[in-house]
Design a protein around this ligand. Structure first.
Ligand code: AMP
Ligand code: GLY
Length: 426
């Protein structure tokens, strides 16, 4: 079959790498892709947000199945448009993508269906929000309701900081339309973990667990990023905890969405806090995680493509996925300055040597080829260097040994990805 993957990051490289290996896949395209993806798929110059362009390409090229990577096109209704045109696609409808597109929608759903999450209120009025914050006290969390490229959340240590975040959002227009409403919620304390589940609207198939590092610097310091590294499995996720998450959070959500007339198909990414009172939902994403996919895909023994198709077809209950026991850990290499301003077009060398170990995989995020075929960094997050090993510690050793072979003046990475898991292992 002909498959089109939409997106251009490390997540999409990992998805393309996995899907290209499927015996079901005859031809693989990626829009728009990147220099690494070009080794697995034919890259097509259509942006991930260009819904009309993607639809036209899929129709003209008789694409059998579309796998949507990022949330943007999902919220814009790409899957609805493809399905209306008779093209099968993996991912939620625009209505179901509200789980990521509106934090207020998700919080209300949790309240109505008894899904554990932090206590909260929704506001469009700054005065009312500030009064609520003053009454609750700090620490407290302020979130822009809509999509804000991962920057819409303020975990405030003081009442003033929280009130400032409300002003920036509701009065200052900091996140545009996405910030016309805010959610103010209690601050959860514990360890964060990500859980991924495929759903076909009725049933859920939970995938492996993973943990990412959002802060830019070692020791989880500095501003938040899209993720500076990740590993799987997450040792904090015991079998008992996984069963609890499955029952109280994932399954309840799938049932709730069906009951609301917005059946959820695709992959549900639950960001959780493991608190003293058990797991609580921080947020949902309606897509695979990035860089979590760069550690999940290498651990997958089964063919992913039939599972994605079963999700679209509503027959996921007939499927199971098998995983390698081995751990995987990925280190994100980013352009110096990220998540702030950074230089574009810096030269990267040494990837062949870095990727020569069979237990190392290099997924590209922001790369392109220069005029003479040289590899250039074009984004903030640029490379994901994934190591595999018997333990997270071994995977980490392999990943950093490979990182050290990458010659890139303009780049940097954290040196402590996996510290928490390795602490637990020893
Ligand atoms: P989000 O964009 O919703 O993933 O939030 C970004 C980060 O903010 C999360 O990964 C958490 O570290 C933190 N966060 C969000 N909500 C809360 C909360 N209620 N309590 C504590 N930390 C939170
Ligand atoms: N790793 C965070 C995300 O994919 O949103």
């Amino acid at each position: 079959m002909k498959v089109l993957v939409v997106g251009s990051g490390g997540r999409e490289h990992a998805l393309c790498w996995t899907i290209a290996a499927s015996p079901l896949c005859d031809e693989l395209y990626c829009a728009p892709g990147n220099a690494g993806i070009a080794e697995e798929a034919e890259c097509v110059d259509i942006g991930a947000g260009d819904v009309d362009g993607l639809l036209a390409f899929a129709q003209e090229n008789a694409i059998d199945f579309v796998v949507v990577g990022p949330e943007g096109p999902l919220v814009l209704g790409l899957v609805d448009r493809l399905e209306a045109a008779g093209i099968k696609a993996f991912g939620p409808s625009a209505a179901a993508a509200e789980l990521e597109g509106s934090k207020g929608f998700t919080k209300d759903l949790c309240r109505k269906y008894d899904i554990p999450t932090a206590a909260y209120e929704r506001f469009t009025d700054a005065g009312a929000a500030k009064a609520y914050i003053a009454a609750q006290g700090a620490p407290i969390v302020v979130k822009a309701d809509g999509l804000a490229a991962g920057k819409g959340v303020t975990v405030a240590e003081s009442v003033e900081e929280a009130q400032q975040a409300v002003e920036d959002c509701l009065l200052g227009g900091r996140f545009g339309e996405a910030g016309n409403e805010v959610v103010v919620e209690a601050c959860l304390v514990g360890e964060e973990v990500s859980v991924f589940a495929l759903s076909d609207g009725k049933t859920a198939l939970t995938l492996a667990s993973a943990q990412d590092h959002k802060a830019v610097f070692d020791g989880d310091k500095g501003p938040n990023t899209g993720g500076m590294g990740a590993y799987s499995p997450a040792p904090v996720m015991t079998e008992a905890l996984a069963a609890e998450v499955d029952e109280r959070i994932i399954r309840r959500t799938i049932e709730a969405m069906a009951a609301e007339g917005k059946p959820y198909k695709g992959v549900l990414y639950a960001g959780l806090m493991i608190t003293q009172d058990g797991p609580e939902l921080i947020e949902y994403n309606v897509r695979f995680g990035d860089p979590e996919s760069q550690v999940l895909m290498p651990r997958l023994m089964s063919d992913l493509l039939p599972a994605l198709i079963a999700s679209a077809d509503g027959v996921l209950d007939s499927l199971d996925l098998r995983w390698y026991d081995e751990a995987a850990l990925t280190v994100v290499m980013a352009s110096k300055g990220y998540p702030g301003d950074y230089e574009k077009g810096t030269l990267i060398e040494g990837l062949e040597a870095a990727g020569s170990d069979d237990n190392v995989l290099i997924f590209h995020a922001g790369t392109a080829r220069g005029a003479n075929g040289e590899l250039l960094a074009t984004g903030g997050r640029v490379l994901n260097v994934t190591g595999r090993g018997a333990t997270v510690e071994e995977a980490q050793l392999r990943a950093y040994a490979a990182v050290d072979k990458v010659e890139w003046e303009g780049g940097f990475c954290r040196r402590d990805i996996g510290w928490r898991a390795i602490g637990r292992e020893s």
